[in-house]
Design a protein around this ligand. Sequence first.
Ligand code: KIV
Length: 263
Amino acid sequence: MQPRVTTSTLIKMKQEGQKITALTAYDYPFAGMLDQAGIEMILVGDSLGMVVQGKENTLPVTMDEMIYHTAMVSRACDFSMVVGDMPFMSYQGSLDTAIENGGRFLKEAGASAVKLEGGAAVCPVISALAKAGIPVQAHIGLTPQSVHQMGGFKVQRDEERLLKDARDVQAAGAFSVVLEGIPSPISAKITKELQIPTIGIGAGAECDGQILVLHDMLGINNRFLPKFVKKYADLAGVAKKGLEQYIKEVKGGEFPSKEYEYK
Ligand code: KIV
């Protein structure tokens, strides 16, 4: 069995020019598939609010929900590093509350790091968590928890601000940074400048690694997909076929046939 991926593994991968693979997962069976496939980092994203709970955005997701899902994912993983996403308003208040909430991901849910959204403005939180022994992945660019402030899910193009955010989160102690919805030339500059690995989503090929929302890339939900999502499978289509066949066979009396009966 390969040793579990850690923050040091990811930093070493950047130094050696090896690309990092990351995906989201929210439950035991899918996390197990990702772990066995060799995905290095699994993010239990607050995107679960949209792709699992069917909500319009990620804002209503609670700490307890995140802990519940992260614990399921952690139980399935021997290889992948599990990162828990800190939900809206779990770290924006006092530093004490942020540390308490960040700590829950490690103590109760088996994660080995947390992710939080924001650049320069959240650096005091990143520092406080890192000092408390909680590894932090930052997330800059299009930050979905700020959807109302950004006026929608919009590509972020302010190069100066993005570069400053990236430098600041690294200086504050983040071990990695997610770059979301950023034009490729800007992500390339950030990736070249930082020592910590950049994980891109809608941020081009130059990032040190890539992440996608699992339910989008496997075609589990038939929701609108942004331009940067490549659909690698059509699981909704496969499920629909199976379900239609089941309905047909039950209604037609074909299922259960003799082989599925107890004698
Ligand atoms: O919540 C999430 O899934 C995320 C990823 C899209 C990076 O933040």
